[in-house]
Design a protein around this ligand. Structure first.
Ligand code: BJW
Length: 233
């Protein structure tokens, strides 16, 4: 591993599961009898804003009661101690990587802790609810929505992520099912670029066959030893 300088880590819901945040699969893909795909879309927000805002208000409140686990802590240690390039790309909209101390984090699916005003395009830090349609702190319009990326929308900072993948020597995917694109395609992008790939997941993901190596188990048990290993190399 001595030839590794630049690392891209992709994390998904599985890294926060042991902090008590349901993965999309754990929840059975259902919320109040609605498929997650039917709530996490701009069309659903247009059709039934109350339903969608209630879903996100509940989750925004829940994440603020949760705490980083040993996997978040290990990745924060990697961030502190790894002298080479590192990008932690997370699909998660919680802030547990940051609360563990990681700094080189990219939220490709946005964050629960911002509200986005579709009238003035300003994003404001937000910890409360949106269901009562509060005014935008910037322009005063009542046009706030959760600052998360729904199906059919463009994930954030894709240019930076692809640039990091092009420079990477190692791509590590942690706690993600490999079901949602474009993140699910990063392993194929890495393969095409000749980047070494490693999967750390509870079980084989949908993209498992594309990885050079897979290690299976709970994130709190497989991530810390991997970080120890890479920092010792
Ligand atoms: C553990 C564990 C433990 C459990 N330890 N592990 C047909 C083909 C291909 C693509 C498409 C298609 N039709 C439509 C598309 C595109 C679409 C898509 O992918 N759809 C699929 C359903 C097929 N994608 C989009 O629309 C995206 N935009 C887009 O593509 O724009 C065009 C574009 C093109 C080219 C380049 C760039 C852009 C946008 C996707 C937005 C996803 N948004 C959501 C909601 C965010 C807000 C919210 O939180 O509500 O993001 S959906 C949801 O899925 C959320 C997650 O970030 C995302 C991924 O889920 P994740 O993290 O993988 O969670 P799970 O639950 O699925 O898996 C957990 C894993 O952890 C499991 O494997 C467990 O085993 C494991 N695990 N406990 C370790 N303790």
């Amino acid at each position: 591993m001595t030839d590794i300088r630049n690392i891209v880590v992709l994390t998904g819901a599985g890294v926060s599961a042991e902090s008590g945040i349901d993965t999309f699969r754990d929840a059975g893909g259902l919320w109040e009898q609605h498929r997650v795909e039917d709530v996490a879309t701009p069309e659903a927000f247009e059709r039934d804003p109350e339903l969608v805002l209630r879903f996100y208000d509940m989750r925004r409140e829940a994440i603020q009661q949760k705490h980083p686990n040993a996997a978040h802590e290990a990745l924060a240690r990697l961030d502190r101690e790894w002298e080479g390039g590192l990008m932690i790309v997370t699909q998660n909209v919680d802030d547990l990587h940051e609360r563990a101390g990681a700094r080189r984090v990219v939220h490709m699916h946005g964050t629960h802790l911002n509200a986005w005003c579709t009238a003035c395009d300003v994003r404001s830090p937000w910890t409360g609810t949106l269901i009562e349609r509060p005014a935008c702190p910037d322009c005063g319009e009542r046009s706030l929505r959760p600052d998360v990326v729904w199906f059919g929308e463009m994930p954030y900072r894709m240019d930076e992520i692809f640039a990091a993948l092009r420079e990477a020597d190692l791509f590590v995917s942690i706690g993600t099912s490999g079901a949602v694109y474009p993140a699910a395609g990063f392993v194929r992008n890495a393969n095409d670029l000749g980047v070494r790939t490693l999967e750390l997941n509870l079980e084989p993901s949908q993209g498992s066959a594309w990885f050079d190596e897979s290690r299976h188990g709970p994130a709190t048990q497989v991530v810390p030893p991997w970080v120890d290993e890479i920092l010792a190399a």
